[in-house]
Design a protein around this ligand. Structure first.
Ligand code: AMP
Ligand code: ZN
Length: 135
């Protein structure tokens, strides 16, 4: 299924220009148009689905396998120091394109990216309480 208004569906179908770098039966990988760092790749399932909460488990598995392949490839070919995988699920979590995708972001020792939160020890009682809600 595809969404006629979705830019990533159009990229998958070849109806919008993109720099594709990998394709298989279930997934496509292409360069992000606004790269966070050199070599920033997006991996999407061919099938249109809004986000992580809705993606079919087999498409999720295939997307993660392609993300791993791309992480290995940027590591081998671009001399990167590390890789971040990022998924934004929901607008509060920074999702802007509503076709499930995983960012593969090469990291360099001197790149400007920083953790988006300041690690600080939490309240153990609150952590235990939320853990109970999640079991
Ligand atoms: P997110 O904010 O996690 O939904 O990520 C959407 C990503 O899609 C952003 O990093 C954008 O730079 C990227 N993007 C948007 N339009 C295009 C496009 N036409 N080709 C490639 N990447 C795109
Ligand atoms: Zn789509």
């Amino acid at each position: 299924m595809r969404d006629p208004d979705c830019i990533f569906c159009k990229i998958v179908a070849g109806e919008l220009p993109s720099q594709k770098v990998d394709e298989d039966e279930r997934t496509v990988a292409f360069m992000d148009i606004s790269p966070a760092t050199r070599g920033h790749v997006l991996v999407v399932p061919r099938e249109h689905v809004r986000n992580l909460l809705e993606v079919d488990p087999e498409d999720l598995q295939a997307t993660m396998a392609t993300a791993q392949r791309m992480a290995r490839r940027v590591s081998e070919r671009l001399g990167v120091a590390g890789v971040n995988l990022l998924n934004a699920c929901g607008s509060a979590a920074w999702q802007t394109v509503w076709h499930f995708h995983v960012h593969v972001i090469p990291r360099y020792e001197d790149d400007p990216l920083r953790l988006p939160w300041i690690p600080a020890e939490g309240d153990p009682a609150e952590i235990e309480a939320v853990a109970r809600e999640l079991r």
